[in-house]
Design a protein around this ligand. Sequence first.
Ligand code: MN
Length: 252
Amino acid sequence: MKPRILVVNDDGIYGEGLRPLAKALSSVGEVTVVVPEKEQSAASHAITLHKPIRLRRLGERFFIINGTPADCARFGALYLLKKPPDIVVSGVNQGANMGADTLYSGTVGAAKEACFLGFPAVAVSLVQPAEKHFDSAARVAREVTRLVLKNGLPPNVCLNVNVPDRPWTSLRGTVLTSLGKRLYGRQHVPRLDPRGRAYYWMAGHTPKGIPTPGSDLAAVRAGKVSITPLRLDITDGDALVALRDWRWEKVK
Ligand code: MN
């Protein structure tokens, strides 16, 4: 029995990483693609609850919807597939999803939604694609998919994979990492549109990163594939203990 693989993304139907990913995964299992009709980068984990979802079928196992990346995971896994997927792979995103990017990322949001629904899930991103080695990232995704299908993932954990933009032979191995620190611009740049009305561009420059040892940022800077396990439960265990000393009885 071939594994059932659901492919989703946040870059939409024209995302350059979509077809290389679907093609690479087709050697591992039966691939169904469900992607947004428009680009939805930075859509995070949003789902559509107050508008109808429209579906267009472009091929036997190729669908687009007017929804978010997380909608694609949810609608694809729970409705469009005849049987539940064995794995959901999100990407390949056109750009890194490291550190705090993972909070904003629609690519990661879709993987988290699949994970939340109980399916093994992997998000794959190509870091700063100038040379556009989506083929390298797709091949990495294929090998990671094989490993996840073989070993499974702990409950409520998904994998976040970042691949340096290099030819396959120049990738320098794979490391397990923690989320690093990404620095987003804080400025809001005011401009005038051609009709004299003000508009604003948020966050200025593309985010920079601090490549602390063991982080995703350090791994890709060293030319390595970064794999970070992400959990859905973001409760802080240390703070849960530390905050016990506060006088909570004053609250109520
Ligand atoms: Mn994207």
